[in-house]
Design a protein around this ligand. Structure first.
Ligand SMILES: [Cu+2]
Length: 177
């Protein structure tokens, strides 16, 4: 709890100083428009402040506010591996949800489908991996209270090599799913 509280303070400080992480999340070219999908380039106005964990820089995280009746929530984040060895995001947990799964979106014919990524997400040496709408996301299940715009959702990310880190993700507008 104390760690989460400290992270919340850090996150709110970061929100005032246009974090580099947020800028990177918008500039790295992962935002592509796709037929039938809303894309909102302004969806991540700042995101979570940059956090360093070993060789990893983790930034620009956010979750979307949940619409009434929406059973699950979606979250996004950018991870850069500045080291010389590959790492892997193995799992995510949150005190705000019964469980958090890592999902990817895949076109199946003309239908966008999502499925769980088994075994976690590879973060190769030197690579930047972005969980973003239409690619990969954190899926929050058994959510305790619907995510509200302006709030934060605490997550703990677990990596194979770098270990674990607590981050508070700001909740942004629900539109653009
Ligand atoms: Cu999903």
């Amino acid at each position: 709890m104390n760690r989460n509280h400290a992270a919340a303070l850090l996150t709110s400080i970061g929100a005032f100083s246009l974090s580099l992480g947020g800028a990177m999340a918008q500039d790295n070219g992962t935002m592509k428009s796709m037929p039938g999908m809303h894309m909102d380039a302004g969806a991540a106005p700042s995101g979570s402040a940059g956090v360093k964990l070993g060789d990893l820089d983790i930034s620009g995280g956010y979750v979307r506010a949940m619409l009434p009746g929406q059973p699950v929530g979606g979250g996004y984040i950018t991870i850069h591996n500045g080291g010389k060895s590959d790492d892997r995001l193995t799992s995510v947990t949150s005190s705000a949800a019964g469980k958090v799964e890592l999902h990817e979106m895949k076109m199946d014919g003309e239908i966008m489908k999502m499925r769980e990524i088994k075994g976690g997400i590879a973060i190769p040496a030197g690579a930047t991996v972005t969980l973003a709408p239409n690619t990969m996301h954190m899926m929050f299940k058994q959510v305790k209270a619907p995510f509200k715009q302006g709030g934060t959702v605490p997550v703990m990310l677990m990596f194979d090599k770098a270990g674990m880190v607590d981050i508070n993700l700001p909740v942004v507008s629900a539109k653009g799913n």
